[in-house]
Design a protein around this ligand. Structure first.
Ligand code: FEO
Ligand code: CA
Ligand code: CA
Length: 730
């Protein structure tokens, strides 16, 4: 028995980016000299480029088609919730929550109640909620069974099950003997517990419930067959024993955040998929080409596999377990006799049509392959391209956008997967470079564009399939800016500006000398326990405005919207956003602009401030890019110091930034969805109690939320409503 996997395994932060992007010193020097010339503020070229801003005619409609909030900012109207270490969900007075959908809850009448003691049969999870609830979207469901974007009393809730806490899934945690998983049933259970849920939810007699017998209810998991669509589909890179023509793969995994389309489909995004594959580097590398070795290293496909799935023997006839072994084992030259190319079939944005339970999910390869956090739809305008903003969540990774070649037509509003073929399989992929003068550039990742070509020495590109499969390497070649772990994005429905959470980084990944204008802080966030935390452990949120309000623009201006910090931290160099006890936070992760109210919801996935508080949800009312100004930060690692110039948004104050919820022990607050009327807010409580080694004999767990007593903790979706039935937060 080995419970080595009991404690949190967080593979989403390791840097595999050895590139020298960008030349930080050069950029800093350029910026400082320009600023000295102009006496501060935005450079002259930038002022010309962005002076016009968004005209009223360009104001963005709501991304999901719901009634757009007006141009008047909302007013927060609740008393902030205090920081807390309690094992409960805390909300402001006048609000309540219902636990809607927990790990193991059945989604079909044929399946019994969850025992929550590790004995539920593995295959029953094909019809039960998965674990680690994450990204989520509410699709209004009309009486005709179709998508009705303004329906608020009944809808299909799509949510991700990112990962697992193996300790809680099996009778005594995972059975591991000598590094091998010896109980196939346990591994099979884990296959089903990952993935996505589609559940019908409805407000019935004032209470939100999911309908256990709805024919829309569906689980998508690591065994579900999927089509590989777009430029990388049916190419030699995708050939496996399972799919010799490279058109298919099995399953989706580590589905972190999500997105939606204007035609009512769900986008689920594969984040830390690389860690699931087994590849013993010393054994496998001699059998690989130089290009393959470069690519596998850049994506971190190395190690035993985080859950040791490939170690189960004997295997099944269809390689259920061995498919997670990514080593070159066969004699073929094309990979049709093993799963050496298996990792190429993961790392994508996957489209699921919740209104058609029989539609096969498609991996949309045009949006690039990386550690996809999510895909956030930009402003939708008839006759214009559609755009999705995306982040690659590892330290020193990049922010991307995808722009469709087809122009949006409302005729496609109920187009299902065929609309996906039109808008998501044919487009251009870009990566962001943040310049030190407060502007930025979107650089196209197209085969033959700039350094993304066969002449690129670090990795010679062969074709567009190669570019999208190895988007990280293409972004390296394009000179993109390494960021402090891009998590969620959100698009402000009032003006189309884009917010991206940069959750945190550490001194090893971004030492003092590698700071830049967009990632400008290095300090010691000392815990009350005395533990030093060097780097940018509390993270920040950056935002940008596309030039001319055009989603297809290749230039933008940016500033830092918010810096996470303890309220008591140095106001000059650390607590730059002036946070107080009513709104201080660390490690922003989930973001969502309410389409009904315009409030920006901010969720945390934190390990830095957890000496003081559990993770939380905050409400913000943002201004706009450029409402603050330039700022010079003095950073110190205790030995050396370094000043960095950046741009910081106007401080929000308690009027415009308040803590709304604090979650139970050792959880992450993630996933956020709302009804179009803004009167129900769905939030996910992920992995409560994950950090404490359980004592199965006594029933002692790090959390007993949500069921209480001596129960095992369960990830769950909650629904927040106001006791007077009003809109949330305002
Ligand atoms: Fe799955 Fe980036 O959090
Ligand atoms: Ca996340
Ligand atoms: Ca996170």
């Amino acid at each position: 028995m080995n419970n080595q996997n009991v404690l949190h395994v967080d593979g989403d932060d390791e840097s595999t980016n050895p590139s020298a992007n960008p030349s930080f010193d050069g950029i800093l020097q350029a910026r400082l000299s320009r600023r000295q010339l102009l006496g501060g503020g935005m450079g002259a070229a930038a002022l010309t480029m962005f002076g016009a801003g968004l005209s009223p005619a360009m104001a963005a409609p709501a991304a999901n088609g719901a009634a757009a909030p007006g141009r008047t900012p909302p007013r927060l109207a609740f008393t902030p919730v205090a920081k807390s270490l309690a094992d409960m969900v805390s909300l402001p007075e006048g609000y309540r929550h219902t636990v809607l959908y927990r790990l193991g809850d059945p989604i079909d009448g044929s399946v019994g109640e969850y025992r929550n003691d590790g004995t539920d049969p593995a295959d029953s999870f094909a019809l039960r909620a998965g674990d680690h609830h994450d990204g989520m979207h509410f699709f209004g469901l009309g009486p005709n069974g179709r998508h009705h974007k303004n329906e608020s009393d009944r809808g299909l809730l799509c949510l991700n099950h990112e990962a697992i806490t193996p300790a809680f899934l099996h009778p005594n945690g995972p059975t591991v003997v000598g590094g091998v998983r010896t109980v196939a049933e346990e591994v099979l259970r884990e296959f089903y517990v990952h993935g996505v849920s589609v559940i019908e939810t409805a407000r019935e007699g004032g209470e939100w419930r999911y309908r256990r017998d709805s024919h829309f209810n569906r689980r998508v998991h690591t065994l579900t067959e999927m089509e590989l669509s777009g430029p990388a589909g049916k190419t030699p890179y995708m050939v496996t024993k399972y799919s010799p023509d490279g058109s298919r793969t099995r399953g989706t995994a580590n589905n972190c955040a999500s997105g939606n389309t204007p035609w009512g489909t769900y986008l689920t995004c594969e984040e830390n998929w690389a860690g699931y594959f087994r590849r013993i580097v010393a054994t496998d590398n001699p059998n690989r080409t130089a290009r393959e070795r470069t690519a596998l290293a850049r994506y971190g496909v190395a190690g035993n596999g985080r859950e040791l799935w490939a170690t189960v023997t004997p295997d099944t006839a269809d390689d259920l377990y061995g498919r997670w072994n990514a080593m070159k084992l066969g004699a073929s030259t094309d990979g049709s006799d093993d799963y050496r190319n298996g990792p190429n079939t993961y790392g994508w944005v996957v489209e699921i049509d919740p209104f058609d339970p029989n539609a096969m999910p498609k991996k949309r390869t045009a949006l690039g392959r990386f550690a996809h956090e999510g895909a956030w739809l930009g402003p939708v305008r008839t006759g214009h391209p559609l755009v999705w903003y995306m982040g690659c969540d590892s330290r020193n990774e990049y922010i991307y956008k995808y722009v469709s070649n087809a122009m949006w037509s409302p005729d496609d509003a109920n187009g299902g997967m065929a609309a996906g073929d039109k808008y998501l399989d044919d487009g251009r992929l870009y990566v962001a470079r943040f310049d030190a003068d407060g502007t930025g550039q979107w650089i196209e990742l197209g085969f033959g564009v700039g350094n993304v070509s066969p002449a690129n020495t670090a990795y010679p590109f062969a074709d567009q399939a190669d570019v999208v499969i190895h988007a990280r390497l293409a972004a390296d070649a394009a000179g993109a800016t390494k960021m402090d772990r891009p998590e969620w994005g959100a698009v402000n429905p009032r003006n189309g500006e884009v917010y991206m959470a940069l959750t945190n980084t550490n001194a090893a990944s971004r030492p003092l000398e590698r700071l830049d204008a967009a990632n400008p802080r290095f300090y010691n966030d000392r815990k009350t326990t005395g533990q030093n935390q060097l780097g940018n452990p509390n993270g920040h949120i950056i935002r940008f405005a596309e030039a001319g309000g055009d989603v297809a623009a290749t230039a933008f201006k940016w500033d830092v919207f918010l810096f996470g910090a303890r309220a008591a931290a140095d106001a000059a160099n650390v607590n730059l956003s002036g946070l107080t006890d009513a709104n201080d936070f660390s490690s922003p992760d989930g973001l969502w602009f309410s389409q009904a109210t315009g409030v920006l919801w901010i969720e945390t996935d934190d390990g830095a401030y957890t000496d003081v508080t559990n993770c939380m949800l905050l409400a913000a009312v943002p201004g706009e890019v450029g409402d603050g100004g330039p700022r010079t930060i003095t950073n110190s690692n205790g030995t050396d110091s370094r000043t960095v110039g950046t741009y910081v948004g106007k401080q929000l104050g308690e009027e415009n930034l308040r803590r709304f919820l604090v979650g139970p022990k050792e959880c992450e607050i993630t996933g956020v969805a709302e009804t179009p009327d803004g009167k129900a807010l769905f939030i996910n409580i992920q992995h409560p109690g994950e950090d404490t080694r359980p004592d199965f004999a006594t029933g002692s767990f790090g959390s007993h939320w949500p069921d209480g007593g001596l129960s095992r903790p369960r990830s769950a979706t909650i629904v927040i409503t106001r006791e007077d039935g009003g809109k949330i937060g305002v």
